[in-house]
Design a protein around this ligand. Structure first.
Ligand code: HEC
Length: 197
């Protein structure tokens, strides 16, 4: 009798441990995302439904909100758009080639916030801002436009390819960094239609 109690106790504590693991693996449910985005500085949960309307129902954004995987990396049509969005919204502070100006360089392998080595972290920083002059950009860019800007920032990267954790192994093999004077034709094929003028 005593022995079976012991076994029961072991089974129960095993179940409790399993339950705990399951609870940890389960991301806290966001409003309408699988992935939970948090403010880069405060850690507060970001509501990705807030901000500029639109750009939330593209296949790339849906995929990104579920898995954190940015389908626009290396897509020339998205790089073309990202270049133009970066020029209007970011380069004034971060420099034309993201080499750093008033804000830090975004084209090397040093990050104030290591979370920015992941596209999800970069998204959270753009969406919710960081300190001081780095305000939130969710009022002037939709999530889809943010993914295009992210693809462009990653394209401007000049650091060692081994530190480019946002690239898959296949992308690392074919990695071709930005070349000065490089342009993308308006009709280049890809997932991103030209921006409205
Ligand atoms: C008004 C100036 C200004 C603009 C515009 C601006 N930034 Fe920033 N950004 C800053 C400053 C200043 C910091 C440093 C803030 C900090 O350390 O918290 C910063 C920090 C960052 C960081 C964190 C870098 C790191 O090392 O971890 C990222 C990423 C970033 N900005 C991306 C962007 C993007 C993308 C845009 C355009 C959508 C943008 N910023 C627009 C000024 C700006």
């Amino acid at each position: 009798m005593r022995e079976s109690h012991g076994i029961l106790a072991i089974c129960l504590s095993f179940a409790a441990v399993l339950g705990g693991v399951a609870a940890l693996a389960q991301p806290a449910a966001g409003p309408q995302t699988g992935f939970v985005f948090r403010n880069t500085v405060t850690g507060e949960q970001l509501n990705v439904a807030e901000g500029k309307e639109g750009g939330r129902d593209t296949p790339a954004v849906k995929q990104f909100f579920q898995s954190g995987n940015n389908a626009y990396i290396d897509d020339k049509s998205c790089l073309r758009n990202g270049e133009s969005l970066f020029a209007t919204s970011c380069s004034g502070c971060h420099g034309h080639l993201a080499e750093g100006k008033l804000g830090p360089g975004l084209n090397d392998n040093y990050w104030t916030y290591p979370a920015n080595t992941e596209d999800t972290g970069l998204f959270a920083t753009i969406f919710g801002g960081a300190n001081g002059m780095m305000g939130p950009h969710n009022e002037n860019l939709t999530p889809d436009e943010m993914l295009q800007v992210i693809a462009w920032i990653r394209h401007l990267y000049t650091g060692p390819v081994k530190d480019a954790v946002w690239l898959t192994d296949a992308q690392k093999k074919n990695y071709t960094p930005y070349k000065q004077g490089e342009t993308f034709p308006k009709d280049v094929k890809g997932q991103c239609p030209p921006l409205a003028e």
